[in-house]
Design a protein around this ligand. Structure first.
Ligand code: ATP
Ligand code: MG
Length: 545
């Protein structure tokens, strides 16, 4: 696969060359409060690939400094997602591993006169902070003595106050044009059991304080984050400098990845799951990595997509079509091509011997001989797709079966439709055809041109199967102002029941195929050999012409 190349790589290469850093160390820092989505893949791929390409390493660090929504379920899921993408963290660490050091560093700041305990309510704090046009007002608690602050902070830790009653704030600059520098909160009180430290702490550091400290302790050289942290960088640098961290990491921001018709924020994904609009985080329509995996997307296609989408200091919205393109590219040569019938129509070959079954040769992938060959059953009764038959040829572009016309069956014979049998309501239930034994496996193709080539399955050996077809969960529409839960695509999941050719005895979960003339499919996790379920990964051609 192609190496990644972008502005961050340039910075890293320069830093290596100028000996500013000895080797590259990056980290991916997810909050363990949800499943990862394809937007996170940009951050994961960027961190791991850049470090790997430059001989460095990458840690996985769970940013678990806010115990409110965190859970071990997510920790395990995130580890698996990263493995699925094919990356191996040098270390797996937790922000909470550094709670002791972080606490000591807060005390250091207090002693340096750079942090104070503040009693303003959260509402007052935000009022005092001002906004873009108004400078902040200093808190009346800002000038407490070092001794008083040390005692109050210890009391905070010892659980002597209610949540929200006191916070520890950095003493920086209430008039700074950057609001993040207006005495940001460093620690707050939370009486919540932490998934790892349990009830050891009732004060927890804020992201802006904890993150630079964690990066510095771990020796992270380049701390990559998305663009919204851009104006937090001065605070990041302030924390590293004032805490006198021996190692100085560098924060670099990049644009977030968005995809058309795809909702990516964790909060929305949680709402979809909680409101039961989807069957779980691994619903095949979800943009979560577990959802995409169940849908049959390959890690390779996601990597190619993320790399091709580029990386800059601008948030980007990429067409979902591009991801589908990379999927088709990846699956084209890797998958066996089987025949599936999604809407079966019975065809009786009236001049074929009753009770006989023959087995015809078929190649598994016409573009990749290495995938070998198989046998296809053929007999007097077969199924074709209802879509492949009409009574009368409607126009010259119609390349399928109609009364009086001849088509070729893949790997088998030419058949000609002579008659239809209808039920009482006039629905076609059977088509009677004759076959030409001279046209076996397409021979005779040069003498006369059939009206197209279609797939079939032999009726007595075919395996019943369920097919799940998907469209996007939401459709972008700037005119529609309803909440996204109200504008979900009603056709996002369609179920069809039909057959697939019956030669293969076992189908493993996540095994992928191309079903000829339709698309790429994967065996769903709920599939059993006696009850096959396939998810359509992507159609053969883009729906958008
Ligand atoms: P969300 O905003 O979707 O709820 P988050 O950014 O809060 O997600 P984190 O767990 O904090 O989720 O994310 C871990 C890392 O992944 C962060 O560095 C974040 O910048 C990055 N990341 C998350 N979403 C995207 C995205 N769409 N594009 C690029 N990077 C992303
Ligand atoms: Mg976040």
């Amino acid at each position: 696969m192609e190496e990644m190349s972008n502005f961050i790589k340039t910075i890293m290469m320069n830093d290596l060359e100028s000996k500013k850093v000895k080797s590259i160390v990056t980290r991916f820092p997810p909050e363990p409060n949800a499943y990862l989505h394809i937007g996170h893949a940009r951050a994961i791929i960027t961190n791991f690939e850049l470090a790997e390409n430059l001989g460095g390493k990458t840690n996985l660090r769970f940013d678990d400094t806010n115990p409110a929504k965190e859970d071990v379920e997510f920790v395990e899921a995130i580890k698996k997602d990263i493995e699925w993408l094919g990356y191996h963290p040098a270390k797996v660490l937790f922000g909470s591993d550094y709670f002791d050091e972080t606490y000591e560093l807060a005390i250091k700041l207090i002693k340096k006169g750079l942090a104070y305990v503040c009693d303003l309510t959260p509402e007052e704090t935000s009022k005092y902070r001002g906004d873009f046009n108004t400078p902040g007002i200093e808190s009346p608690y800002r000038n407490r003595s070092v001794e008083e602050n040390l005692e109050l902070f210890k009391n905070m830790r010892d659980g002597k106050y209610q949540e929200g009653e006191k916070v520890l704030r950095a003493k920086i600059d209430m008039a700074s044009p950057n609001i993040n520098m207006r005495d940001p909160v460093l620690y707050r009180i939370l009486y919540i059991n932490h998934h790892r430290t349990k009830d050891k702490w009732c004060i927890y550091p804020m992201y802006d304080f904890a993150h630079p400290i964690q990066d510095a302790i771990e020796g992270i050289t380049h701390s990559l984050c998305s663009l919204e942290y851009d104006n937090h960088r001065p605070l990041y640098d302030w924390v590293v400098e004032q805490c006198e961290m021996p190692h100085v990491p560098q924060q670099i921001e990049f644009g977030r990845l968005n995809i058309t018709n795809t909702i990516m924020s964790k909060r929305y994904l949680r709402e979809l799951v909680n409101s039961k609009k989807v069957i779980g985080y691994d619903d095949p329509r979800m943009p979560t990595l577990v959802g995409l995996a169940r849908r049959g997307y390959t890690p390779e296609s996601i990597k190619s997509f993320v790399k091709a989408s580029g990386l800059s200091r601008i948030n980007s919205t990429i067409e979902g079509d591009m991801l589908e393109h990379f999927l088709r590219e990846d699956l084209k040569l890797k998958t066996n091509r089987l025949m599936a019938i999604f809407d079966p129509l019975k065809v009786v070959i009236t001049n074929y011997e009753e009770g006989k079954i023959e087995y015809l040769d078929a190649v598994n992938n016409t573009e990749n001989e290495e995938l070998g060959t198989r046998k296809i059953a053929f007999s007097r009764t077969i199924y074709i797709d209802r879509n492949d038959f009409v009574l009368e040829k409607p126009n010259k572009h119609y390349k399928r079966l109609a009364l009086g016309l001849e088509v070729r069956l893949f790997y088998a014979y030419f058949i000609k439709a002579n008659e239809v049998i209808c039920d009482n309501e006039g629905n076609i239930v059977e088509v009677h055809c004759t076959y030409d034994p001279e046209t076996k496996s397409g021979s005779g193709f040069n003498e006369r041109k059939p009206n197209g080539t279609i797939q079939f399955v032999e009726a007595t050996t075919a395996l019943p199967a369920t097919f799940n077809l998907f469209e996007t969960l939401v459709i972008d529409n700037p005119e529609d102002h309803r909440s996204f839960l109200e504008r979900l695509n009603p056709n996002s999941w369609t179920v069809k029941t039909g057959f697939i050719e019956g030669e293969k005895e076992h189908f493993s979960v996540l095994e992928r195929f191309q079903f000829i003339r339709d698309g790429y499919y994967v065996v769903d996790k709920d599939s059993r050999d006696e009850n096959l379920v396939f998810n359509r990964i992507v159609s053969l051609k883009s729906a958008i012409k």
